[in-house]
Write a protein that binds this ligand. Structure first.
Ligand code: NAP
Ligand code: ZN
Length: 349
């Protein structure tokens, strides 16, 4: 039998949020039922609620940074036990058989990974995300939260954490690497923490100097306010890896100039527009322009272990269900230090 659970539901593009019950499927043999305690607010939630990426599926329950406790497991579940603290990120299903899935890149599944919300599972059922009191997810997509990271600080790792950890790893960041992080928001602040923990020298690019002290406290050694038109000049050809987390269009050519010959600018920010890159910016110095989409499940588990080993989680502001609409506006305004996380026990339907 399916179960009803209170959730924050959006019925049309742009909102509002309405607290009411939604249905979660009856437990299958390989399913895990989770009582959600915390759900992070990712800028991707805002893009989708506001249809900034094109048509979305409504009613929608956003939320793909989920932390909670296992309440029930299916008969075939082997690696998760009732009472475990676990997280769920951006995906809840994939074919499990294609080359990408087998290599641990479920996000690039050839059949199409099923997103945690605003998606359709292979049985046709629309997925509903983590702004909710409970969820049922296949065991393959459930990640243990190590001791030492609180659930509130762990929830954002399931998207903001893995989305920044994965490209830093892929592009070989380690001791002595010069890493630039563009935009100090939810993703950006995790990029700084991870790059610093990997031993890199980290520079933060933010629009103003308002977050300068925070950038240094998070592990950066330099903060640059991009509002100063001359600020980028001393950093020409400087970075091994430039991680762009900005949620809006920006002057890519100006930033590419700061990447050293053969270095990489890797983009994770997803504004709706085009990049507008001049080919000479890439060709002249053999620079790489790359993108990165979240990370696979094995790497997500590795990232959680890495975070625990380095004593780091997200820097969060925990809010109630009533504050979510306001939090969206504040995220868009850049007014978040550095992730809003919903205490989902405050969702009452
Ligand atoms: P966020 O918390 O809003 O952070 C984005 C940051 O970008 C802001 O804090 C701000 O930094 C900067 N910014 C915002 N507007 C800007 C503008 N007009 N010009 C220059 N900088 C601006 O958002 P987030 O949750 O980190 O997500 C960032 C982006 O990544 C979103 O587009 C999201 O959809 C995308 N995303 C991608 C993936 C993936 O798998 N690739 C996963 C998750 C999210 P300052 O205040 O420091 O300037
Ligand atoms: Zn996200």
């Amino acid at each position: 039998m399916s179960t009803s659970t209170p959730a924050l539901v959006v019925d049309q593009p742009g909102g509002p949020f309405v607290a009411r019950t939604v249905e979660r499927r009856a437990l299958r043999d390989d399913d895990v039922a989770i009582a959600i305690s915390h759900a992070g607010i990712c800028h991707s939630d805002i893009h989708q609620v506001r249809e900034e990426w094109g048509r979305a599926i409504f009613p929608m329950v956003p939320g793909h940074e989920i932390a909670g406790v296992v309440t029930e497991i299916g008969a075939a579940v082997t690696d998760v036990r009732v009472g475990d603290r676990v997280g769920v990120g951006c995906m809840v299903n994939s074919c499990g058989e294609c080359a990408m899935c087998k290599d641990g890149f479920e996000q690039h599944c050839e059949r199409g990974a099923v997103m945690t919300y605003n998606g359709r599972d292979y049985d046709g059922v629309v997925t509903l995300g983590g702004y909710s009191r409970s969820v049922v997810v296949g065991e393959r997509f459930v990640c243990p939260i190590p001791e030492g990271i609180s659930s509130a600080e762990a929830a954002p790792l399931l998207c903001a954490g893995i989305t920044t950890y994965s490209p830093l790893r892929r592009w070989g960041v380690g001791p002595g690497s010069r890493v630039g992080v563009l935009g100090l928001g939810g993703l950006g602040h995790m990029g700084v923490k991870f790059a610093a923990a990997m031993g890199a020298e980290v520079t933060v690019f933010s629009r103003t100097s308002a977050k300068a002290a925070d950038a240094l406290a998070l592990g950066a050694s330099r903060h640059v306010a991009t509002s100063d038109p001359d600020a980028l000049r001393p950093l020409r050809n400087h970075f091994d890896v430039l991680l762009n987390t900005v949620s809006a269009d920006l002057d890519m050519n100006a930033h590419l100039r700061t990447v050293r010959p053969r270095g990489v600018m890797v983009n994770v920010g997803l504004p709706g527009g085009d990049y507008g890159v001049r080919p000479s910016m890439l060709v002249g110095n053999s620079r790489v322009l790359a993108g990165s989409n979240i990370g696979g499940i094995a790497e997500t588990r590795e990232m959680l272990e890495f975070a625990a080993a380095h004593g780091l989680g997200a820097s969060v502001e925990v809010i109630d269900a009533d504050d979510v609409a306001d939090a969206y506006d504040r995220v868009v305004a850049g007014d978040v230090r550095y992730r809003y996380v919903i205490d989902v026990s405050t969702i009452e339907a």
